[in-house]
Write a protein that binds this ligand. Structure first.
Ligand SMILES: C[S@@+](CC[C@H](N)C(=O)[O-])C[C@H]1O[C@@H](n2cnc3c(N)ncnc32)[C@H](O)[C@@H]1O
Length: 241
C-alpha cells in the first residue's frame, strides 16, 4: 500500500503521543477532582457533620490548622469584640470546638472593664475538642457534653455562647431550649450561624435567614439579629425574659 502525505504525517512521533497526553491530562483532572471531593482535608471531614468527624478534625494538627484559616480567626475576634461586653461573672460555651473563640472572648474581657469571670465552662460532644480547649483555655472547666441529651443540672451563666453549631443540628429547637435554660436572669445568649440566604455548605442542615433566625429564637427571649463576617454570618443576642 502506498502511504499518502497525510498518513505519513499521522505516523510522526508527536501525533503518536497526543492521545496518550490527552488521557494523562484527563486522569490528572479526575484525580484532582477525587481528592477535592474525598481526600483528606478539613473541608471533607467537616462536611460529614458527625461527632466522629469532629473527633478527627480536632485530633489532627494538620486538619485543624487547615480549618483555622486567618478569616476564621478574624471571625472569632469580631464575635469576641461583641461577646466580651456580656461576660460578667460566668461564661459557658456550647460546642466550644478548638477553644479559640472562648480564648478570644476571655482575652477581650480581661482587656476591658469586664475583667475575668469567676466561672468558665467549655462543652463539646467531641472529646478531642475538649482536649484542645484544655490547652488553649486552661482556666475553663471542660466537659464532654451532648447538646441533644445532656443538661447542666440547673447551673446558669451570665453569658451563654453557641457559635456555628445550631446549623449542624437536626433538632435545633432542643438545643435552643437548653441554651435558654443555661442563661442566668439578666444574662445574654450569643448565637452565630451563617446567613442561610447565601450558605450552601453540605455539612449544614439548617439555613436561617435574618428574619428566620429571629423567629426561631423569639420563643426564648427578646432577640436582635445583626450581620457579621462581612455579611456572611448572623449574630443573635437573646435576652431571656
Ligand atoms: C463548626 S464547629 C464550631 C466550633 C466553635 N463553636 C467555633 O465557633 O469554632 C461545630 C461544633 O459543634 C460541636 N457539636 C456538634 N453537635 C454537637 C452536639 N450535639 N453537642 C455538643 N457539641 C456539638 C462540634 O463537635 C463542633 O465542635
Amino acid at each position: 500500500m502506498r502511504l499518502t502525505g497525510r498518513r505519513l504525517a499521522d505516523r510522526s512521533p508527536r501525533s503518536t503521543w497526543r492521545p496518550i497526553r490527552g488521557l494523562s491530562r484527563k486522569w490528572q483532572g479526575l484525580r484532582l477532582e477525587f481528592d477535592y471531593r474525598y481526600g483528606r482535608s478539613a473541608r471533607n471531614v467537616a462536611r460529614r457533620n458527625s461527632r466522629r468527624a469532629y473527633e478527627k478534625l480536632y485530633a489532627a494538627d494538620d486538619l485543624l490548622s487547615e480549618y483555622l484559616v486567618p478569616e476564621r480567626l478574624e471571625f472569632y475576634d469580631e464575635v469576641a469584640s461583641i461577646a466580651s461586653h456580656y461576660v460578667r461573672r460566668s461564661v459557658v460555651d456550647f460546642g466550644c470546638g478548638s477553644g479559640n473563640l472562648l480564648r478570644a472572648v476571655l482575652d477581650r474581657a480581661a482587656d476591658s472593664c469586664e475583667g475575668r469571670p469567676q466561672r468558665v465552662l467549655a462543652l463539646d460532644h467531641a472529646r478531642s475538642a475538649v482536649k484542645r480547649t484544655a490547652d488553649l483555655v486552661p482556666e475553663a472547666e471542660r466537659r464532654v457534653f451532648d447538646l441533644m441529651r445532656d443538661d447542666l443540672g440547673g447551673e446558669r451563666f451570665d453569658l451563654v455562647l453557641c457559635t456555628e453549631v445550631l446549623e449542624h443540628l437536626r433538632r435545633p429547637g432542643i438545643a435552643r431550649d437548653r441554651l435558654a435554660a443555661a442563661c442566668a436572669p439578666g444574662g445574654t445568649i450569643l448565637i452565630t450561624v451563617p446567613d442561610g440566604a447565601i450558605d450552601a455548605w453540605q455539612g449544614h442542615v439548617n439555613f436561617w435567614t435574618e428574619d428566620g433566625l429571629a423567629s426561631f429564637l423569639e420563643p426564648i427571649g427578646a432577640t436582635t439579629v445583626d450581620r457579621i463576617d462581612a455579611g456572611r454570618g448572623l449574630l443573635a443576642l437573646v435576652r431571656p425574659a
